[in-house]
Design a protein around this ligand. Structure first.
Ligand code: UDP
Length: 249
């Protein structure tokens, strides 16, 4: 049998080359471009001085945080038609944007965003697997930078984030558990999972499934260990980007 090799020669527990570059969209309160190998996502956060109508109607205090996700038409190998031209949003997009919003709200004290909505927009520039996990990882940095700016501008009294949040994919590719799958691995994987975790090591979401396959409890533990290892590295990259972004302001 040939020795196991990943398509891009990474070791099973290697992330792709990850970078988070702040200040990419100057009109947003906070923005980054996050790269996981060839996957690139622009994440921008904007604070708005109003809350959604349903919160007003129900008299719910505090603020809100929500996310939107889209893939730019040229982000995929085959051109992906814009939702505005198709006249509808696909199920995958809705699922992903709800996941991003949920992930960020898990570490947000909404009472510290009184009467305000933090919008987080994630637009995929290049898709090569793991766009939702890259979006969550970049969105947290963009959101933190927006909050820092709002505190400086006295638009906000304090930081509503209670912890950091990041996400990574793991899976079983050619019978081997691997971290951070690219498109080629993702499309050939028998098990595919997305793990969302706080900086202090608590899970927010674990989405895992076998694709015409099953997996053992032992494999699940191996996958979670791989994810935790990757998430530790991502936390350090996020902290570095937040420091860099604050200096740009
Ligand atoms: N993909 C694509 N067109 C689509 C949806 C997905 O080309 O309409 C590709 C893209 O490279 C994406 C990958 O398939 O990153 C895996 O998609 P999935 O739905 O698993 O989400 P992701 O891994 O990006 O979070």
């Amino acid at each position: 049998m040939l020795p196991f090799e990943r398509p891009d020669r990474r070791k099973p527990d290697d992330l792709r080359i990850v970078s988070i570059e702040p200040g990419i969209a100057p009109n947003a309160s906070g923005s980054v471009i996050v790269r996981f190998g060839h996957t690139q996502v622009i994440c921008a956060a904007t604070l708005e001085n109003k809350v959604p109508g349903w919160m007003q109607k129900q008299g719910i205090g505090g603020g809100w945080l929500t996310a939107e996700y889209s893939m730019l038409p040229y982000s995929t190998h085959e051109r992906k038609q814009r939702d505005s031209s198709r006249g509808k949003v696909d199920g995958r997009t809705i699922e992903i944007q709800r996941l991003i919003g949920r992930a960020l709200r898990a570490v947000t004290d909404l009472s510290k965003l009184p009467g305000q909505t933090l919008w987080v927009d994630c637009d995929v520039l290049q898709a090569d697997g793991g766009t939702r996990t890259a979006s969550i990882t970049g969105a947290y940095v963009a959101a933190r930078l927006a909050i820092e700016k709002a505190i400086q501008n006295k638009q906000l009294a304090e930081n509503p984030f209670t912890d950091s949040i990041a996400a990574v994919s793991v899976g079983v590719y050619e019978d081997q558990e691997v971290l951070d799958l690219n498109y080629e691995e993702d499309s050939g994987a028998s098990v595919d999972a997305n793990v969302v975790m706080t900086g202090s090591g608590r899970f927010v979401e674990v989405q895992g499934s076998g694709e015409e396959a099953t997996f053992s409890e032992e494999q699940l533990h191996t996958l979670l260990d791989l994810a935790k290892r990757g998430l530790g590295e991502l936390k350090a990259i996020q902290e570095n980007a937040i420091g860099k972004g604050k200096n740009l302001a």
